[in-house]
Design a binder for this molecule. Sequence first.
Ligand SMILES: O=C(O)CCC(=O)C(=O)O
Ligand SMILES: [Fe+2]
Length: 227
Amino acid sequence: MMLHIPDVLTSEEAADLRARLLAAPWVDGNATSGAGAAQAKRNRQLPEDGEAARAAQQVVSSALMESATFLSAALPHTIFPPLFNRYGPGETFGLHVDNAVRYHAATGARIRTDLSATLFLTPPEEYDGGELIVEDNSGTQSHKYPAGSLLLYPSTTLHRVAEVTRGERVSCFLWLQSLVADNAAREMLFDLDTSVQALSADRGATDAQVLKLTQLYHNLVRRWAQS
Ligand SMILES: O=C(O)CCC(=O)C(=O)O
Ligand SMILES: [Fe+2]
């Protein structure tokens, strides 16, 4: 599932985070690339173990934990610590697939990447190009969103970032392992949860049918979740 989640950060929070990131030292983006991606990648990244990255990771991680839509859509098991990148004029990230497994040396965590996400931190009117272009079986979709918006997309896709031709695109990007590995199963759970929430707001959480559907949702999660 490809899902645009607005307002994970407010525009003020995104601006504040971006200003703090830009004040820190950056390195060549190929620091975290697999061999295949390295050829395609021309951007810069914040060193992941630096003080600025750690503080920014806290901000993003708590915002994600407060987003009911993100939690319902991603059903996160383990989120790889968020990273930060920037693309100025001439910088781009060519078509690639994200590595299936990511190892985090500092924590020893090894995750299977089920979902990838970009949290946009620059208002779209401040740069040209820089669209995140994702290919799936239904075709190619181009994504560019307001600062504070997140795009969640399956890590199985081929995707790229169009060359920036004016201004600068600063973003946070991350990978996660979901409790539900199967994209189709996870998407059905999200649809069911969304409907149950709407029905519950309408009829009340103790309505008999709402209770039955809530039971069904949790029992499907029990059936499909892997820890
Ligand atoms: O910059 C982005 O939005 C995506 C970055 C990306 O695809 C990656 O780092 O693997
Ligand atoms: Fe990627």
